[in-house]
Design a protein around this ligand. Sequence first.
Ligand code: SF4
Length: 366
Amino acid sequence: MTTQDTHSTRDPASDDGAVVLEARGVTKHFPVKRTGSDLLARRRRTVHAVDDVSLRLRRGSVTALVGESGSGKSTVARLLAQLYPLTAGEIRLGGKPVKAGRGRSFRSYVRQVQLIFQDPFASLNPVHTVRYHLTRSLKIHGKQATEAETAELLERVQLTPPGQFLDKFPHELSGGQRQRVAIARALGADPQVLLADEPVSMLDVSIRLGVLNLLRDLKERLHLAILYITHDIASARYFADTTLVMYAGRIVEGGDSETVTQRPAHPYTQLLIASAPDPDRIVAGEDEEDGEDEREERDEQGETGGGEPPSLIAPPDGCRFHPRCPRAMERCRTELPPRFELDGGQWAACWLYENGPAGALEVAAR
Ligand code: SF4
């Protein structure tokens, strides 16, 4: 599948006016429950789950946040949904800072920013019908909950004819249908932003593409800003306009999806892509097991970097990727790389680019 097939040619990064939701320097540290030895040493430890994350979600655009499990990407979604208070930083909705809190302002925020969870079965109450879930969502958000309104929500997620689904219980639906109901329930709020946390990772490979296509269709028809959290960089290329790559609590690379996936700059992104299954196979709906075998083989050959992400209780100094990085230099162990701008809006937080894209080639040639 070509780029033209899969992406709009519009450059969302050029349209500053369309920013709906923004994170500025967002940081989240969780305190670790103290053990006996911590008490003896009078030590307070924290998990540095998210550090200094900045991103912008634009109307009518999908932004993928990609990383391994434990990289902090789901925590970013929860921070943007205001499920956790921030340790530092700021969230802005429609250009205005969002105040933490509950009550009316929180309800108004949730109406505009809806979170879709990974597991559609767990997010729907098994003792209630589809009709109940949709009616409740419409009522909570101050909408009319007529038969026509609930039916329209189902039509929006392509569960038609709606009469076939309204009185079903979650266990009577397939995984893909359940996730569509969860999306319909989120749409009941008439949101501006959808935060989709691994929305297809628990679904059969054969139906993932249908749900991703649905989200893309909603983005275009309703001009939604969508954050797509995923561990699968191949699907980010297919589905997202912009891709951000997260490693050990920090965003290390960003740019338009085609560039980041075809010309990855950061060594971590390069390793992610080397270990990803062939995107054309995923798009074709083939099983991931073949890709897994291939990945293991390349892992054994040292092509994917192998290794484990670091502990976020005591993350490495300097660049957090340095213990796994095949191109690490001395300064990488002590100095945190800032974000270096590359061509076409791409950027990477890596010392290789201190002197621009050409600088990386010079370092490689040494
Ligand atoms: Fe590798 Fe250094 Fe770049 Fe980090 S800053 S990714 S360790 S080269």
